[in-house]
Write a protein that binds this ligand. Structure first.
Ligand code: FES
Length: 184
């Protein structure tokens, strides 16, 4: 399952329909998302019992992460949150490394308009770059070849958070991501 939540659809609300598990709150608060994005996400959760409950369950019992790992992304391009409840029992084989962030995005229906992949995961572009703002992928450090590619895009130069989504493998940790838009 996956969902797109445009930020324009999020009410700036103090309404608190549900309490968040401390693990979930801390994961968002300790992320490197800007505060304004964190607050928008909290506003969304506080007024959306369905997602808050799902995420509460996943964050409060790590056994569930063997089956489902949440990928929580903010896309600057479509100005929306994207939540993918990734099925870890059926890892998608491609594009890129099996079980990569990009492969999950494709298998849940997100195309080039959301996350580019100019070379189809062949490690010869940097169009699929993302920023990881909390959580640890299975391969927590980029290989040298990935590291080299992160610097080739002048419109979206790499940052300390940058990874190529086709090379970054989803492990057992939830991830908070940002899909940046090019500078120009
Ligand atoms: S799609 Fe080209 S490096 Fe990832």
């Amino acid at each position: 399952m996956s969902y797109v939540i445009p930020i324009t659809a999020i009410q700036d609300t103090t309404k608190n329909d549900i309490e968040l598990e401390p693990e979930l709150s801390l994961f968002v608060k300790s992320s490197d998302w800007p505060e304004v994005i964190q607050n928008l996400f909290f506003s969304f959760l506080y007024s959306n019992v369905e997602h808050a409950s799902k995420l509460n369950i996943l964050f409060s019992n790590t056994d569930y992460l063997n089956q489902c790992v949440p990928l929580i992304a903010y896309s600057e391009i479509i100005e929306s949150f994207i939540i993918i409840y990734s099925d870890k029992t059926q890892e998608p084989p491609e594009p890129g490394e099996p079980g990569s962030v990009l492969s999950y995005f494709r298998s849940y229906g997100y195309d080039e308009n959301v996350l580019c992949s100019d070379c189809y995961g062949q490690l010869s572009c940097s169009s699929c770059s993302i920023e990881i703002h909390n959580g640890v992928p299975e391969n927590s450090s980029p290989r040298e070849e990935e590291y080299d590619m992160l610097d080739i895009d002048n419109e979206r130069p790499g940052t300390p958070y940058s990874r190529l989504s086709c090379q970054t493998i989803v492990g057992k940790s939830p991830l908070i991501l940002t899909i940046r838009k090019p500078n120009s």
